[in-house]
Design a binder for this molecule. Structure first.
Ligand SMILES: [Fe+2]
Length: 194
């Protein structure tokens, strides 16, 4: 699948806006998980990675004005030359949010849409768990992560139902947790983890 810009250019786009380090980390983690999923499904790693990296491309501009989140993204992505299909997948990660009237009644339907939503939601639980473990992810295990997932008060803003959408794409939660840990482990130094 064709991408109009390189990974480096995508990072430049993100850095052209004021970004919190924690937000940048979230984009990189989402990218890493999407790359891991692409490998698992034997599909286009660059394309899936780009979806993860840019899914919140408008976040720096819309975080105080949620109704615009993923609407503004369309403008930015169109300007960079991304096609309708790519943009629709990006926007689909905000389907169902009450705060975004344009998309509150939309439903994700394709595997790639479920994957992106599950991947970006999972980053919050993993990062919070790593911080709790003294920033350590190198020896994180699925069992421990699963306990945190089951404890709904832990990283409570990470919607478990969205993460469970990974099952609609054909992965068990256990496999997904393992894949997420391994994917984020690979970029741990870039995001301040050990
Ligand atoms: Fe996100």
């Amino acid at each position: 699948m064709e991408l109009p810009i390189t990974r480096e250019e995508a990072i430049e786009v993100l850095k052209s806006m004021p970004q919190l380090e924690s937000d940048m980390n979230h984009y990189l983690e989402s990218e890493a998980i999407m790359r891991g999923l692409a490998k698992r499904f034997n599909t286009d790693e660059e394309y899936w990675g780009m979806l993860g990296l840019l899914h919140d491309v408008d976040w720096a501009l819309t975080k105080n004005n949620w109704e615009e989140h993923s609407i503004k993204a369309k403008e930015i992505l169109q300007q960079k030359g991304f096609d309708e299909e790519f943009i629709e997948i990006i926007q689909s990660h905000t389907y169902g949010y009450e705060e975004i009237p344009t998309f509150k009644d939309n439903k994700r339907v394709t595997d790639i849409q479920h994957c992106l939503a599950a991947a970006e939601t999972m980053t919050g639980i993993i990062y919070a768990y790593a911080l709790m473990r003294g920033r350590k992810i190198s020896d994180m295990e699925v069992k421990g992560l699963k306990k945190k997932f089951d404890n709904k008060t832990f990283a409570a803003n990470c919607n478990r139902e969205i993460i469970k959408e990974i099952e609609l794409a054909g992965l068990s939660l256990d496999e997904f947790f393992g894949l997420c840990i391994n994917s984020i482990k690979e970029i741990r130094e870039q995001i301040g983890l050990e």
